[in-house]
Design a protein around this ligand. Sequence first.
Ligand code: SF4
Length: 332
Amino acid sequence: MPDFKYLFGPVPSRRFGLSLGVDLVPHKTCTLDCIFCEVGPTTHRTLSRKEYVPTEAVLKELADWFALNLKADFITVTGSGEPTLHTRFGDVLAAIRTQGRGRPHAGVRSALLTNSTLLHLPEVRTAAALADVVKVSLSAWDLASFAAITRPHADLSFDCLVDGLRKFRQDFSGELWMEVFIVPGLNALRSQVEAIAALTRTIRPDRLQLNTAVRPTAQQNVPSLSESQLHSLAGCFAPAAEVIARFVPGAAPMHDLPRRSALAEPGSRSGSRRADKAAVLAMLQRRPCTAEDVAHAFALSREEIETMARELIAEHAVRKEVRNGETYYVGG
Ligand code: SF4
């Protein structure tokens, strides 16, 4: 396996199956500083769009990855910040489409994971429309709730964000998925969720997904709802939202995880893949994971992952955090 700098995974994702990530901005460069962010506190809150990482280097890594004929269900433009801050993220989406064609695993689709804050810009909407799936976020119903939950850059306007989402939906023929993140005390009252649901009806996403803080978050002790409370709120949306928060420790729903063979086919090049510490660390820097999560992603035993995690903790690259009775490894 080449030593990739901008690609990470593929890792099992509940929504995207086996997902290869593409990281286009430095760690926690974002327009928001969401209290529930799993990547950690935002260190560079900005609205400045630029070529944060060299596009040609990202395209070269993608070409190298495709040349290996490895398997992924999705290539997700995402990472540890807001990818639409990168001025050439559209070139990356276009390359995924072009290079995926005619390959043995040509079924791979592209996804853009964005916080929606820059979709009011026509050039961002044009580039985002190159993705097969765009997953956006909307967890507020007005500027005050938006500010409390996402701690946005001072120049961001909530009305502008919603307007950008509506315009994008009008032009985008791909799948638009919308995540609503529920935080008790901020947006979990039924009246508040109904206000968010009313906004979502004006945007008409193809899928609506409810989430809550199950893993460690940027702000300590962000409360979460129970699974049954989320299911009750899902009925506020039309059609009803899916509950995507994972409540069973260490066990993502089976339909959301790739079969082990997808990661380690005996005799195949992917079968010879060995999780090294750098790859595990890259995963943990983007999302807190349990030992089971990592073991599943790399088709290794829990004991092997725990040994690796102990070494990373000793090197101060990773720390342990307990959330909802479950131990997570957190990178960074
Ligand atoms: S959750 Fe996403 S949008 Fe919010 S701070 Fe983290 S990276 Fe940025």
